[in-house]
Design a protein around this ligand. Structure first.
Ligand code: GLN
Length: 538
C-alpha cells in the first residue's frame, strides 16, 4: 500500500504532550496491524540537541545508529516499540546546512537559493529519507514548536505543499491545542484554539482533527463550538484530558475514537485493534502498592525532562514489581554542603548516579557513590555514574590519592578515567562522541550476566571518556571487577564490586532501551535489589 502521512502540529502552548499524542496514535495504528514510524522535525538551528544544555532542552535521546535526538523519540520508541534511527529527527540546522552545502557544490547553479522552494524541498526530502530507512504504511510527522512561531513557518509551508505532492487523500493534519479552564467563570475557553486554527488556516493548512488538551474534557456543546469555528466534524474534536500516567494516553484516545477517525479519513480498512497487552500493562500500573525510593543524584534535577528515560525506565521496573517508584531528586551540587541532603541519601532504598558532563556537582556524586558502597545501599551508575564509581573506588579502596577523570583534572596523577584515544585529536564538539550501539561481552557469573541472561548485549553510548586500562589490574585486585567489555578495543563497559549486595555501573545508557511492558534487565534487577534492601531495613 502507498504510505499515508499524518502531520501533527501544536497550538496555543508548548509542552502540551504533542509527542505523547503522536506516540499514542502510533501505538493505536500499530495495534491495528499497520507498519508505523514517527518522525520529529525541530525548528531550531542546532544541527542536533547534542550540544544543548539538558536544562534547556531536556534529555538527548540516542538512537542505535548514533543519532543525538529529541527526547520525543524516546516516547515514540517506548510507545510503538520500534527502534528508530537518526533519520527520524531533523532540525532546521540540518536542513539549512544541507542546502548551503549543496549551494557550494553547485547544485543550484544559476538560481537564487530561497526558503521556498529550496528549504521547503529539503524538508520534504527529509520526510522521504525517513521512509527510505524504513518503508511503512503510515508515517507520523510531529512538527516541533507551536503554530505562530517564526521558526516553524518553513516546516508548515512544506507540509502544506506535501498534500499536493502525494494527494490530499493520503495526508492528514492533526492539530493539538490547549483549552484552558478559567476558574473565575468556571468554564473551559475555546478562543485560544480558534485563534491557533485560524493561524494554521492562514498558512493554508486546514486541520482534519483537533486534539484538545484540557484539565477535565470538553462537553458536547464545546466540541460543537470548536467544530463550527474551526470547520471540522464534531467527532473529529478529540478530548485529551490530563492523565496520571502517560501510558493511559493510547486508551484514552481510543475511547475518543481517534484511530478509527484517522483510518476513515485516510480511507484505510480498520481491521481489529489488539491492545490487550497494553491494557494489561495499564491495569498493572493501577494496581501498584507500596513504594520503593530511589535517590537520583544529578545536577539537572530542576528539569525532570533531563532524565526522562531514566525516570521511565525506573517506572517500568516498578510496574514489573507492582511497586510505586518514589524518585528522590538529590541535587549533586548541594549534597556535600548540606547535612540534611546527605541524610536523605541514607534514607533511600537505592542510589542512581546518571550521566552528565563537566565538573559541577562531581563532589556530591562521589559522596553518593561512597555512601552507597560503604552502607551497602544498591547502586546503579550510568555513564558518568560509572566514572564516579571507579574514581571513588580508586581513591578510597585502592589508595590512589588524587585519582580523577582527566575530564575534571587534566593533570591528575592517576587518570583512572581518561579520554579515549580516538577522541584526543578531535576539535569539533558536535556529534563527535562515542555514539550509538556497541556490543558488550558479559562475564559469566556476574550480576550483569545474571540480569541479561546472555553473553553479548548491544547498548547505546554517548561519552568521550573511558576507564583507563592501565588501572584495571589494580581496581580488580581491590575488588572492583570489569564484568562487561567491548571486545574489539577491550574497553571496560560494566563494573561491579565484589561482596556488595548490588553495586553495578555501566558506561552505556541502558535507559534508552527500556519499555513499559518490558523493563530493561539492569533497571529491573537494580529495583529488585532496592526492594530487598527496603525489606531488610523495615
Ligand atoms: N562526561 C563523561 C564523558 O564524556 C560522561 C558522559 C555521560 O555521562 N554521558 O565520558
Amino acid at each position: 500500500m502507498d504510505t499515508r502521512f499524518i502531520f501533527v502540529t501544536g497550538g496555543v502552548l508548548s509542552s502540551l504532550g504533542k509527542g505523547i499524542c503522536a506516540a499514542s496514535l502510533g501505538r493505536l495504528l500499530k495495534s491495528r496491524g499497520f507498519g508505523v514510524t514517527i518522525q520529529k522535525l525541530d525548528p531550531y538551528i542546532n544541527i542536533d540537541p547534542g550540544t544543548m544544555n539538558p536544562l534547556q532542552h531536556g534529555e538527548v535521546f540516542v538512537t542505535d545508529d548514533g543519532g543525538e535526538t529529541d527526547l520525543d523519540l524516546g516516547h515514540y520508541e517506548r510507545f510503538i516499540d520500534e527502534e528508530l534511527s537518526k533519520y527520524n529527527n531533523f532540525t532546521s540546522g540540518m536542513i539549512y546546512k544541507t542546502v548551503i552545502d549543496n549551494e557550494r557544490k553547485g547544485k543550484y547553479l544559476g538560481s537564487t537559493v530561497q526558503v521556498i522552494p529550496h528549504i521547503t524541498d529539503q524538508i520534504k526530502e527529509s520526510i522521504a529519507k525517513t521512509l527510505q530507512k524504513r518503508k511503512v504504511d503510515i508515517l507520523i510527522t510531529e512538527i516541533g514548536g507551536t503554530v505562530g512561531d517564526i521558526e516553524s513557518l518553513p516546516f508548515l509551508e512544506a507540509i502544506r505543499q506535501f498534500k499536493k505532492d502525494v494527494g490530499r487523500e493520503n495526508v492528514l493534519y492533526i492539530h493539538v491545542t490547549y483549552v484552558p479552564y478559567l476558574k473565575t467563570s468556571e468554564e473551559l475557553k475555546t478562543k485560544p484554539t480558534q485563534h491557533s486554527v485560524k493561524e494554521l488556516r492562514s498558512i493554508g493548512i486546514q486541520p482534519d482533527i483537533i486534539i484538545c488538551r484540557s484539565e477535565m474534557g470538553l462537553d458536547e456543546d464545546l466540541k460543537a463550538k470548536i467544530s463550527l469555528f474551526c470547520d471540522i466534524e464534531k467527532e473529529a474534536t478529540i478530548n485529551a484530558v490530563d492523565l496520571k500516567h502517560i501510558y493511559e494516553a493510547p486508551l484514552m484516545l481510543q475511547a475518543e475514537k481517534l484511530d478509527s477517525i484517522v483510518l476513515d479519513k485516510l480511507h484505510l480498512k480498520k481491521g481489529t485493534s489488539d491492545l490487550a497487552s497494553w491494557k494489561e500493562m495499564v491495569d498493572h500500573i493501577h494496581s501498584l502498592s507500596g513504594k520503593v525510593s530511589i535517590g537520583v543524584v544529578g545536577k539537572y534535577t530542576n528539569l525532570k525532562d533531563s532524565y526522562i528515560s531514566i525516570v521511565e525506565a525506573l517506572n517500568h521496573s516498578g510496574y514489573y514489581f507492582k511497586k510505586n517508584i518514589e524518585i528522590v531528586w538529590i541535587d549533586a551540587e548541594t549534597l556535600n554542603q548540606c547535612k540534611k541532603t546527605k541524610g536523605r541519601l541514607q534514607e533511600v532504598d537505592g542510589i542512581l548516579v546518571p550521566g552528565g558532563f563537566g565538573m559541577r556537582g562531581i563532589g556530591g556524586k562521589m559522596d553518593a557513590v561512597q555512601c552507597a558502597r560503604t552502607h551497602n545501599i544498591p547502586y546503579f551508575g550510568i555513564c558518568l555514574g560509572l566514572q564516579c564509581a571507579v574514581t571513588e573506588f580508586a581513591r578510597h579502596v585502592v589508595g590512589l590519592a588524587g585519582a580523577n577523570s582527566s575530564e575534571f583534572d587534566p593533570d591528575t596523577r592517576h587518570p583512572v578515567i581518561d579520554l579515549m584515544e580516538e577522541q584526543k585529536t578531535l576539535s569539533k564538539k558536535g556529534g563527535t562522541m562515542r555514539l550509538g550501539r556497541y556490543p558488550c561481552k558479559l562475564k559469566p557469573g556476574s550480576l550483569a550476566h545474571q540480569a541479561y541472561g546472555r553473553d553479548v548485549v548491544y547498548e547505546r553510548h554517548r561519552h568521550r571518556y573511558e576507564v583507563n586500562n592501565r588501572y584495571r589490574d589494580r581496581l580488580e585486585q581491590g575488588g572492583m571487577t570489569v564484568t562487561g567489555f567491548y571486545p574489539k578495543k577491550d574497553l571496560a563497559e560494566i563494573i561491579e564490586i565484589k561482596g556488595h549486595p548490588w553495586f553495578l555501573a555501566v558506561q552505556f545508557h541502558p535507559e534508552f532501551k527500556s519499555r513499559p511492558d518490558c523493563p530493561h534487565p539492569l533497571f529491573r534487577d537494580f529495583v529488585a535489589a532496592a526492594c530487598r534492601y527496603a525489606g531488610k531495613r523495615s
